[in-house]
Design a protein around this ligand. Structure first.
Ligand code: FAD
Ligand code: AMP
Length: 475
């Protein structure tokens, strides 16, 4: 006999688990189906983000940054560290503990909110009064019927033909977060968010890192000024060898090393590495999901087609997160989850895709919201801009993190903020002010007239806003 629910969520990543919790809070009888298993084969909630994405990567970024500080930065403060050494196993253990605390926390949140949690692979098998979902797992199967379905099946690493990922020597994000020792030479294919974050971790821990990127431009989605300065810093200070405009040829795995042939600057090149990370983006995951059985459509790139309210066009079936259009970011998935749960409960759920903050947790961090300068130019929008460097910020100087700047773009006539771009310390935190400002339709003058604490990094946002009107006070 099938168990009956008001809402079935397929996938317990940040999209799915949040959708399930919100639906249950709104009084809907909700089940969340998830198939993810951790390395030890146990079910583990939280999807890519908690298990093999956002959380473990940030844990390793922090650990590796501390190691780097102890090696190279504490001396400036008069702190002498003798015999600094690295224990990779402890570092990975700390990361695994953080992951387990969070994934276990989701199970508790499900209990607290009365979300039924079912482990297994969910496949839509058809529609009647209810949608039917067959759930299969190693030790059995069950059937679930639901009036509403939220597809939150996320994404998988994109593969390059001819390169076999074994997650020991050639890794995607899963292996790159668990290398048992520091490779002497690490190759990274793809200079996107994941490639740069993983490259930074292992570079700081001692690897010689070469990043091979297909596109001739660096971080094409970021504001040009940010991308240019970030490339300079990542190359000169961080020590990543970033080669843009590469065409990857054959990849051969020998007994001890991996050799990668590629074309670069019109020449055939070959490099050998101890480990290789493939980080060339992610693809929507609809594997074995049975969307065709209920008429849900996917586009030519495999994303589930949805409208602005995440409706698939098939009544009562919604899709959210990485499996649909828009940025592949955890917070975007979660907000879509909330919006869809509220829509199902008869409220008016809504997500503003124009004000989703983007963050890259490199050092310095990169964060932005809204339009880039190149987008405004292409759209023919008249704008004014203010850019304030962290080198002039007292707090940044005290931190010893003076690279980068805050750049604000505002409409030339209305002064409304159109985009904010940050390269610098705690950019991930600073961007929140810009998101709030843009959501409330603030002008640059609004930020310029708000009191910012001194000395704080947020003063750089204040000064960038003043700079829009060409009246810097500290520059
Ligand atoms: P997912 O998190 O992918 O979850 C989908 C879940 O559904 C998985 O558990 C999967 O096993 C399950 N599933 C799939 N199909 C089925 C099925 N048929 N039946 C049952 N279960 C199924 N984003 C940020 O915002 N900030 C970051 O710092 C950040 N860092 C990242 C670092 C790395 C290394 C990676 C790889 C990603 C990072 N991301 C980050 C992206 C972020 O992880 C994703 O955007 C987010 O996880 C997407 O959430 P989701 O709920 O859509 O899907
Ligand atoms: P992201 O989408 O942020 O994870 O970034 C993925 C990066 O990989 C982008 O910069 C892509 O241009 C890059 N990329 C995609 N395919 C290839 C490839 N075959 N070789 C090298 N880089 C690639």
């Amino acid at each position: 006999m099938a168990k009956k629910f008001d809402v079935a969520v397929i996938g317990a990543g940040p999209g799915g688990y949040i959708a399930a919790i919100r639906a249950a809070q709104l009084g809907l009888n909700t089940v969340c189906i998830d198939e993810f298993k951790s390395e030890d084969g146990k079910p583990s909630l939280g999807g890519t983000c908690l298990n093999v994405g956002c959380i473990p990567s940030k844990a390793l970024l922090e650990s590796s940054e501390n190691y780097e500080r102890a090696l190279h930065k504490f001396a400036d403060h008069g702190i002498k560290c003798k015999d600094v050494s690295l224990d990779v196993a402890t570092m990975l253990g700390r990361k695994d503990n953080i992951v387990q605390q969070f994934t276990g926390g989701i199970a508790l949140l499900f209990k607290k909110n009365k979300v039924a949690s079912v482990h297994g692979h969910g496949r839509l098998t058809g529609a009647g009064d209810y949608y039917r979902i067959a759930v299969t797992r190693d030790n059995g199967s069950e059937t679930i019927d639901a009036k509403h379905v939220i597809i939150a099946t996320g994404s998988l690493p994109r593969q390059i033909e001819g390169i076999t990922v074994d997650n020991v020597r050639i890794c995607d994000n899963v292996g790159a977060l668990s290398l048992k020792d520091v490779p002497g030479k690490l190759g990274v294919i793809g200079a996107g968010v994941i490639g740069l974050e993983m490259g930074s971790v292992w570079r700081r821990l001692g690897s010689e890192v070469t990043v091979l990127e297909a596109l001739p431009t660096f971080l094409a989605a970021a504001d040009d000024a940010v991308a240019r300065e970030a490339l300079r810093i990542f190359t000169k200070t961080v020590g990543l060898d970033i080669k843009l405009g590469c065409r990857i040829g054959s990849v051969e795995t020998g007994k001890k090393s991996i050799s990668v042939e590629f074309e670069y600057e019109g020449e055939s090149r070959k490099l050998t590495f101890d480990r290789l990370v493939v980080a060339v983006g992610r693809v929507p995951n609809t594997e074995g999901l049975g969307v065709e059985s209920v008429g849900v459509k996917t586009d030519e790139r495999g994303f589930i087609e949805v409208d602005e309210r995440n409706r698939t066009g098939v009544p009562n079936i919604y899709a959210i997160g990485d499996v649909v259009r828009g940025p592949m970011l955890a917070h975007k998935s979660s907000e879509e989850g909330v919006a869809v749960a509220e829509t199902i409960a008869g409220q008016h759920g809504h997500v503003n895709l124009e004000t989703i903050p983007w963050v890259i947790y490199t050092s310095p961090e990169i964060a932005w919201v809204g339009k880039t300068e190149q987008q405004l130019k292409a759209e023919g929008v008249e704008y004014r801009s203010g850019q304030f460097p962290f080198i002039v910020s007292g707090r940044a100087r005290a931190l010893g993190e003076t690279a980068g700047f805050v750049k604000m773009l505002a409409d030339a006539k209305s002064d409304r903020i159109l985009g904010v771009h940050i390269l610098g310390p705690f950019a991930s935190e600073l961007i929140a002010e810009a998101v709030v400002a843009m959501e409330f339709g603030a002008t640059a003058e609004d930020i310029a007239r708000i009191v910012h604490a001194h000395p704080s990094l947020s003063e750089a946002m204040h000064e960038a806003a003043l700079g829009v009107d060409k009246r810097f006070l500290s520059l």
